[in-house]
Design a protein around this ligand. Structure first.
Ligand code: ADE
Ligand code: ZN
Length: 324
């Protein structure tokens, strides 16, 4: 089965590029840039990854990315990930990036975008991998700041495939970003948002009604609201589910308790994703394999899930045809 899952062409729709920072690269970049970290070794970094919830992860995630300073750092970060993903049979990656987290540290938008752009072009050339870029707004920071970022990103509007919404969910409902997403819509930018990871089903409704998103990142808490489930099914809205992330952030106690089988039974349009693979114990292949162990799904189920992702991906029709 591992061989089959590895060979299956997989598209990843929910990945935070800053969440691909492996301890080895974190330590190397800390050294290269003279950034001090509260860890003496890679093992100490790994030992710190014992999360209670989303916030306890985010604290380390923002700390970890402090080593990213130059265009080359962002290039190396993304290229390292593309190579690992390629080795796992990933053919298309959609990366969320969190510019506000870098701007707040004095790293400018151009540094981030140019570094990632170089890696994306190399991945296409050298790995035959397509990629898409989702610029995410941090929902635990003011909406005005998100709007400023959107305007500041004008030189990059052309290369953005979508805008997204991430970071600490509880207490930061999607409606807070109504105007920002309205502006993105007016610019012709597709929209996605994290909702229903830790937050209630109402946040998923708001993401649909107020932000007009075409996909919901996570969305697993929709099951608490049968009417919402019916709506998601009828609309065919894609949920980008991240099993190992949900396990490590204690959205579920054990993978066997994960709502994926029930979401599937409800006829929802599901995809499997890694979210922050360096922090949650594995990339796409590990997520697929963990589901195989927990749910004993058939090959057909994995083929369907992989196909859902390719169908919903931000990619050219030529590329989609090539992959299907
Ligand atoms: N940023 C990075 N990973 C995230 C997650 N799982 N949820 C919300 N924001 C994030
Ligand atoms: Zn995420």
């Amino acid at each position: 089965m591992r061989d089959f899952l590895k060979r299956l062409p997989k598209a990843e729709l929910h990945l935070h590029i800053e969440g691909t920072l492996e301890p080895e690269l974190m330590m190397a970049l800390a050294e290269r840039n003279g950034v001090s970290l509260p860890y003496a070794s890679e093992d100490e970094v790994r030992a710190a990854y014992d999360f209670e919830d989303l916030q306890s992860f985010l604290d380390l995630y923002y700390q970890g990315m402090s080593v990213l300073r130059t265009e080359r750092d962002f290039h190396d970060l993304a290229m390292d990930y593309f190579q690992r993903a390629h080795a796992e049979g990933v053919v298309h990656v959609e990366l969320h990036v969190d510019p506000q987290a870098h701007l707040a540290r004095g790293v400018c938008l151009e540094t981030v975008m140019e570094g990632l752009g170089q890696a994306r072009r190399r991945a296409e050339r050298e790995l035959d991998m397509s990629t898409a870029l989702i610029m995410a707004f941090l929902r635990d920071r003011p909406a005005e700041e998100a709007m400023r970022l959107l305007e500041r990103a004008e030189p990059y509007w052309e290369i953005l495939d979508a805008v997204g919404l991430d970071s600490a969910e509880l207490g930061h409902p999607p409606a807070k970003f109504a105007e920002v997403f309205q502006r993105a819509r007016a610019l012709g930018l597709p929209r996605v948002a994290h909702a229903g990871e830790e937050g209630p089903p109402e946040y998923i409704r708001e993401a649909l009604d107020v932000l007009d998103v075409c996909r919901v990142d996570h969305g697993v808490r929709c099951l608490e609201d049968p009417e919402l489930v019916a709506r998601l099914r009828e609309q065919g809205t894609v949920l980008t589910v991240c099993p190992l992330s949900n396990l490590r952030l204690k959205v579920v106690e054990r993978l066997d308790d994960h709502p994926l089988p029930e979401l599937l039974k409800s006829g929802l349009n599901l995809t499997l994703n890694s979210d922050d693979p360096a922090y949650f114990g594995g990339g796409m292949l590990e997520n697929f394999e963990a589901c195989q162990r927990a749910f004993d799904w058939s090959r057909g189920t994995f083929i369907d899930l992989a196909r859902n992702a390719i169908d919903a991906a931000f990619m050219s029709e030529t590329r989609r045809t090539e992959l299907l």
